[in-house]
Design a binder for this molecule. Structure first.
Ligand code: NDP
Ligand code: GDR
Length: 344
């Protein structure tokens, strides 16, 4: 039986990856940080908490001895390093904490693999945020990096460390440069979920409006359930490599707002410009989207669109969920949660 460690199993990708690996009959050890009450809502939504092959283990990713102990006790064949301070906006307010968590987190586990068992296959969750101020369109594995946030810089560290351990110690370190991927399990601080959750509440009369920042940032949004399959495929290759996973389609934040309104049967019209812009419900005349400068970032990533041809050719992977379908899936689950009084 195969054994995998997933750091960050309580996050969006951790939950979907756990489900995928359990279906493949893996033993899965998922790490979480010790808190007074560990938040397992995503694993609960996927009905995984009582799975006999899923084990939740305490882990401090800033502590090398914790990483060594983790590998010695679980003896995995594969390690997926997903744990991170993953919110770009917060990384501007907490650059030191973000650096400590994301950089030391990846380095400690790589170093522990080198010491305990260099044959363990390692996946590093790298990000399209590393492209930042994009140097060419679309972005692929050859595109130069230009990160625009402390988060983006910290992810570049993990990416290059993975390549460095691959080249220095002949270790199996794969780096997946993943573009934005969303789902009903997305945290509510991220813009897609903020929109589907907030507008579901507007639709049901629980709140009057939502507040957003830059409506014109463009992102390549896919479904997280598709992307975890790509992570797994990277660790099944004969040789470690770097892959972009993306849909190849880009849309603005405002397009996602419009798509969500359509799924909720709301007609939205935009009025005004810049930070004075508003989104109005044309049936009621009410303002349902306002701009709040607080949600603008000190430096923005204006446009991301990925080219996943290499993943298609070498992994047989491609994104299969259209954005409209993803948006409808998120809206449906948020309507259900709001009606049931759940606030994940
Ligand atoms: P989430 O924010 O949903 O999950 C992050 C996970 O990291 C959670 O399990 C969280 O634990 C854990 N974590 C955060 N801080 C710490 C800490 N100090 N110590 C230990 N654990 C911590 O992220 P996603 O699932 O969306 O993303 C997974 C990975 O992929 C991340 O590394 C992210 O940066 C990267 N990525 C994500 C993309 C996306 O679009 N989703 C795209 C590209 C890369 P807790 O539940 O306790 O907070
Ligand atoms: P991102 O995702 O920064 O791309 O990082 P996020 O959803 O936070 O932002 C996407 C874009 O929307 C704009 N935006 C807003 N963003 C948020 N969060 N809240 C708002 O109110 C708002 N208004 C406009 C942002 O400025 C930005 O341009 C995600 C994370 O999952 C990272 O961990 C991952 O590495 C990258 O995707 C790829």
């Amino acid at each position: 039986m195969k054994t995998a460690v997933i750091t960050g199993i309580t996050g969006q990708d951790g939950a979907y990856l756990a489900r995928f690996l359990l279906k493949k009959d893996y033993q899965v050890y998922g790490t979480c940080r010790r808190t007074s009450s560990v938040n397992l809502w995503r694993l609960q939504e996927l009905c995984l908490t009582d799975h006999p092959q899923l084990h939740i283990v305490d882990y401090d990713l800033t502590d090398l001895s914790s990483a060594i102990r983790l590998l010695e006790t679980t003896q995995p064949g594969e390690v997926y390093n997903l744990a991170a301070q993953s919110f770009v906006g917060l990384s501007f307010d907490q650059p030191v904490a973000t650096t400590k968590i994301n950089c030391l987190g990846s380095l400690n586990i790589l170093e522990a693999i080198r010491m305990v068992n260099p044959k363990i296959r390692f996946y590093q969750a790298s990000s399209s945020e590393m492209f930042g101020k994009v140097q060419s369109v679309p972005q692929n594995e050859e595109t130069p990096f230009y990160p625009r946030s402390p988060y983006g810089v910290s992810k570049l560290f993990g990416h290059w460390m993975t390549i460095n351990y691959r080249e220095s110690y002949n270790m199996f370190g794969a780096s997946g440069i993943l573009f934005n991927h969303e789902s009903p399990l997305r945290g509510r601080e991220f813009v897609t979920r903020k929109i589907t959750d907030g507008l579901a509440r507007v639709k049901l009369g629980e709140q009057t409006h939502i507040e957003l920042g830059n409506l014109d940032a463009k992102r390549d949004w896919g479904f997280a359930g598709d992307y975890v399959e790509g992570m797994h495929a990277m660790l099944q290759l004969d040789d470690p490599d770097t892959f972009v996973l993306a849909t190849g389609r880009t849309e603005r934040v405002r397009d996602f707002v419009e798509m969500t309104c359509k799924a909720l049967d709301i007609d939205i019209a935009w009025e005004g410009a810049g930070k004075e812009e508003k989104g109005l419900d044309t049936k009621t005349g009410a303002t349902i989207v306002k701009i709040n400068p607080h949600f603008y970032r000190p430096a923005e990533v204006d446009l991301l669109i990925g080219d996943a041809e290499k993943a298609k050719a070498k992994l047989g992977w491609r994104a299969t969920t259209p954005l409209e379908e993803l948006c409808a899936m998120m809206v449906e689950s948020d309507l259900r949660r709001v009606k049931n009084g759940n606030s994940f």
